[in-house]
Design a protein. Structure first.
Length: 131
């Protein structure tokens, strides 16, 4: 994957790339939005804990597909209040630490299917196929 962050535009606000190019022949995975809910149906009250759980769920989906967090090329995240931006960004930065930054978008939305949810995160991942 090739990251594009040209020095002719403003640098990213956080740990993300302005764009990521996926080479021809790479296998793509489009993951549905993951919510901060555990297999036991528990939804943490804290937005940061929800974001951590979203990323843990994403890691499980990636592993099931034979991929890893380092294969993520794009993150789309949604929070239901501006107050949750910092907690989400801290969780994202912990999750992407140690591998090349993906492209990323963060949006504030009016809500989710259940009022308890504060964060939803979806990803696109790509992995070069073995030759």
């Amino acid at each position: 994957m090739r990251r594009h962050t040209p020095d002719t535009i403003r640098p990213p606000f956080a740990n993300y790339a302005h764009a990521v190019a996926v080479p021809a022949g790479a296998r793509l995975l489009f993951a549905s939005g993951q919510l901060g809910i555990g297999p036991d149906e528990h939804v943490p009250e804290d937005a940061g804990a929800q974001a951590d759980l979203c990323f843990a769920n994403i890691a499980a989906v990636l592993a099931d597909a034979g991929m890893a967090p380092a294969d993520i090329v794009r993150i789309n995240a949604f929070v239901s209040d501006r107050a949750y931006l910092k907690a989400y960004m801290e969780a994202r930065d912990r999750f992407v630490a140690g591998f090349p930054a993906p492209a990323s978008t963060l949006m504030i939305v009016s809500g989710f299917a259940r009022e308890a949810f504060k964060v939803e995160i979806e990803v696109i991942a790509a992995k070069a196929e073995a030759a």
